[in-house]
Structures are given as C-alpha cells and as structure tokens.
Design a protein around this ligand. Structure first.
Ligand code: PLP
Length: 400
C-alpha cells in the first residue's frame, strides 16, 4: 500500500535532488570548513554557496543568514539575543498560538523574572492588533509573532505588526518555519529584524535551521565556542545538511515562481468535498488568509485519534489537534486559544499537502474518509449532548 502523506507541516520528505546534492559531503568531501587546507576550503566554499541560496529565497543578503541546528534553536536564539542585548528591557510579547519552541522558551524566561505577554487571537485564529498596541511599552525587548500558524495555516499581518513595533523601537522576530517555501518571503519589504526557518519543513533534512538577522541588529550568540558562522553560532558546521538546505531553497524558489494556485486548488478540493459529504464538519481558521497547503477540519462528535488510526489503515497520514496525538496531555493550545468548542477540537484533523501531493491521492482521501466518520459516529455510545461532558471529564482526567 502506497502511503498518502498529508502531514507536511510536521515534516516533509527530503527532495531527491537534495539527497543527491548532500551525498558527496558524507563520502569524499568530509573536510572541516575551518581547516586551512584546500580540502577544507572546498567545503567552506559550498557552505557559502548554500548561504547565498537560502538568502535568495527570502530576499536577504548572504551575511544575514546564520545556520542553526533547527527551527527551535533559531527561535530560542532570537529571543535570547534580544533580551541579552537589551538587558534593561524585561518584557517579551508573543501570541498564545506560537509553536512550543517560542511558548516554552518564554515560560522558561518568565521563571527567570522576565515579563511575558501572550496576545489573544479571535475565533478565526486572526491576530489582534489592538492587543498588541496595548501590550507593548518601553520595557519591551522583543515581540515574537509567527508568520503563519502550523495548525490552521492562518497568516498573520507581519508587515503591519513590524511597522508598529519599529515605530516604538522594539525588535521584531517572526517564526517563518511554516512559511518558507510555501509562499514568497521578501525580508527587504518586511519590517522584521529576525526570522526563523527549519530545513525539514521544505524538503531539506531534519537538524538544520536558519536564523535571518538583519544587518545592523544587535546580536548575542546562543551557542558559544568556536568562531563558526562569524562567531554568531559556534559548532562545526553540519555541511551536508547545509548544502541540502541550500538546494531545497533553490528548488522552492523555482516552485514558487510558478505560483501556489495549483496547491491551493488541491487543498480546496479536499476541503469542499469533505465538508459536503460529512455533516457537522467545520474548517478551523481564516479561510481567506492562510497557507495554500493547510486545512484544519473539525469533525464534531468523533475523536481525532480514532480518525487518524482508521486513516492510517488506508495508508493515509494526517495529524490531529486532540490530546494524545499532539504528544501532550492537553488538546491543541491553538484551537483552544481560538475558542473552538471542545467537541470540535477533539475531532480536529489537519491535512497539510506539499507540491508532491497528487490529485489521485486527494481523491482517495475523499473516497475513504466520509465512511470512516459515519462509522465512528455510529459506534459512539454517547448522544451528542453528552459528548461534550465526556470530553471535559476526559481532559480533566488526563491533566491529573
Ligand atoms: N516553529 C513552528 C511554527 C513549527 O511548526 C515548528 C515545527 O513543527 C518549529 C518552530 C520547530 O522547528 P524544528 O522542528 O526544526 O525545531
């Protein structure tokens, strides 16, 4: 059975061209980029080529690109750098719907005495500009607001946010991990100081990330040691992964030049067909302004885990915002922040497509999923009115 992979916001397959570009760096080209000899020099040159490829994808200058170990490291570094380079400022502003790479790092800093503010979103997962205006002050070292959400795909108004922050002299970091390669990014036109990318979300391998730092931004390294990355991120470079990421960025730029309409049309076909054939199904998030590859659909009165397990039997991979599958005891913090009812959160499924997704695969999901929903609802021992009470009790038990 061939896998139908619709979980590309979790991770993506490494593109064959990327694998090919990386292979020599595991075999004959194993030099250390810091070595004086020609052998090391070759590797150094290839890292710089990859840096230029990454820079080109987001409209940056190569020297503004720092290679890191992952998106999480990029996010942590951005915030740490901001607070360390502005020691008098003790406030960090972010949103309730960020990835745990930001949220848990902010919690960590809160425990050390920093003031952290988490901005709310509305029921469609949209950014609240008034809340931003109310929350920033002279004590604010940095605001970190994600470019687009990993669960709903909702895109935040980064340009507008950046203008407000810069007018107040506040550093702005955006987590663009879900955006790079999916829609065009041009940091020349975006008022952001720092921006995070993760290789494995755009068909490069896991274990490689990027932090873009605008020229002139005060920066304090997070990893201290050797002089790699011009002293901004110590540690011997992961050459093969860097080369792979460079290639993936080059491929993404070519794909983006064709536009994103075909990908969005596949997603919309899936969404429309499922909404039509499954009663009590709703799309979570602002459908007008989201990534072209993502849809989060709640199938009320069914558990997301059960849906995923049944889909898995057909070789279909997706993910859910319900508790067990999200790897935490609590159901999706993103859907909770949006005020989505518990009955809908528990039945939420995220489908995230890629440029490798085919029409045939989408048609197969449209064929397979509606009977699964009907079957699961028929097994449910609860009337709909009792379902909500049951889920609340379940969540309370899991939190104990
Ligand atoms: N930020 C967002 C929005 C993400 O979706 C993820 C991963 O899912 C990360 C950060 C973390 O990236 P990494 O897995 O490279 O650490």
């Amino acid at each position: 059975m061939k896998t139908i992979y619709l979980d590309n916001n979790a991770t993506t397959p490494v593109a064959p061209e990327v694998v090919e570009a990386m292979l020599p760096y595991f075999t004959e080209l194993y030099g250390n980029a810091s070595s004086m000899h020609t052998f090391g020099g070759q590797v150094h040159g290839r890292i710089e080529q990859a840096r230029a490829q990454v820079a080109e994808l987001i409209g940056a200058e190569p020297e503004e690109i720092i290679f890191t170990g992952c998106g999480t490291e990029s996010d942590n570094t951005a915030i740490m750098s901001a607070v360390e380079s502005n020691p008098a400022k003790r406030r960090i502003v972010t949103t309730r719907v960020e990835h745990s790479a930001i949220l848990n790092f902010c919690k960590h800093l809160a425990a050390k005495g920093y003031h952290t503010t988490y901005l709310p979103v509305d029921t469609l997962g949209r950014f609240n500009m008034d809340a931003l205006l109310e929350s920033i002050d002279d004590q604010t070292a940095i605001a970190s607001v994600m470019y687009a959400n990993n669960e709903t795909g909702v895109i935040f108004p980064i340009e507008e946010i950046g203008k407000i922050l810069h007018a107040r002299g506040i550093l702005f970091h955006t987590d663009a991990v879900q955006v790079a390669g999916k829609i065009p990014i041009n940091v020349k036109q975006l008022p952001v100081d720092m921006l995070s990318i993760s290789g494995h979300k755009l068909h490069a391998p896991k274990g490689i990330g990027v932090l873009y730092v605008r020229k002139g931004t005060r920066f304090c390294p997070y990893l201290i040691g050797g002089h790699q990355e011009k002293g901004r991120r110590a540690g011997t470079e992961n050459v093969a992964a860097i080369v792979g990421l460079g290639k993936a960025c080059e491929l993404a730029r070519k794909e983006l030049s064709k536009g994103t309409a075909a990908l969005a049309a596949l997603r919309d076909r899936l969404e429309a067909a499922l909404l039509e054939s499954c009663p009590d199904a709703v799309v979570n998030g602002d459908r007008e302004n989201r990534l072209p590859n993502t849809t989060s659909i709640s199938f009320e009165y069914v558990e997301g885990e059960a849906i995923l397990l049944r889909l898995n039997e057909f070789g279909i991979c997706a993910s859910s915002g319900s508790a067990c599958t999200s790897g935490s005891l609590q159901p999706s913090h993103v859907l909770r922040a949006m005020g989505i009812p518990y009955t809908a959160i528990h039945g939420s499924v995220r489908f995230s497509l890629s440029n490798y997704t085919t029409q045939k695969e989408i048609e197969r999901v449209i064929e397979v999923l509606p009977p699964i929903i009907r079957e699961l609802r028929s097994y449910s021992p609860f009337g709909r009115d009792k379902f909500e009470q049951y889920l609340c009790r379940l969540d309370a038990a899991r939190a104990d």
